[in-house]
Design a protein around this ligand. Structure first.
Ligand code: GTS
Length: 209
């Protein structure tokens, strides 16, 4: 056993890119699920322990980390999925920050301000076109966002695209490279097995209101 533990709510949410990376790398982990109602009722000591009072938390043995993007970067370094040289590392970081920016907009429109969902959908092609362009500039869109090897940012982007397809099933219809990216990455054998798993599919992408 790896000794990895993901502590999070029963959601895909911000833990999902971490799970995608681990699953694809053939690593196993334990899930520690925190019921959302208990958390908000102040019944969870872990809220006081959490560095920023939030989840996900990730444990690698005795080593404890918070902040989902930091966890992704840590695992990226550990599994050599964080770029070969400083420039590649920076480019992967840049893509990952772009994913984070769009993830925040998505969460706001879908969860916090659902009255803005339509406007978000109208603006969405502008945001997605940035990622389509990034793919087109690396091996004509036939590989990853950066370089020759999958990176932690690719798992994060894959999850963000999966999240979008749920409320906006046609959102990638004019983005052939993003569509092919999803198909290519999702069909990697270990990842494809995880994506089909019941554990994964029973978790909603965000909390139900
Ligand atoms: N920047 C943090 C990260 O990336 O890990 C944000 C973490 C965060 O916002 N966590 C939320 C949380 O713990 C849950 S979710 O947004 O990931 O679904 N909320 C509970 C609280 O008390 O703030």
């Amino acid at each position: 056993m790896s000794g990895y533990v993901i502590t999070y709510f029963p959601l895909r949410g911000r833990a999902e890119p971490i799970r995608l990376l681990l699953a694809d790398q053939g690593a196993s982990w334990t899930e520690e699920e925190i019921p959302i109602a208990d958390w908000f009722a102040g019944k969870c000591d872990i809220k006081k322990e959490a560095v920023f009072g939030q989840l996900p938390r990730f444990k690698d043995g005795d080593f404890v980390l918070y902040q989902s993007n930091c966890i992704l970067r840590y695992l990226g370094c550990k599994y050599c999925l964080a770029g070969g040289d400083n420039k590649e590392k920076a480019l992967i970081d840049m893509v990952n920050d772009g994913v984070e920016d769009l993830r925040l907009k998505f969460a706001r429109a879908i969860f916090y301000e659902p009255e803005n969902k339509e406007k978000y959908e109208t603006d969405l092609p502008n945001h997605l076109s940035a990622f389509e362009r990034i793919l087109s500039q690396n091996a004509d869109g036939t590989k990853y966002t950066v370089g020759e090897k999958i990176s932690y940012a690719d798992y994060n982007l894959l999850d963000l695209l999966h999240c979008h397809l749920d409320p906006f099933p046609a959102c990638l219809s004019s983005f052939p490279l993003l569509t092919a990216f999803i198909d290519r990455i999702s069909s990697r054998p270990k990842l494809s097995e995880y994506l089909k798993s019941e554990a994964r599919n029973q978790r909603p992408i965000i909390p139900k209101k």
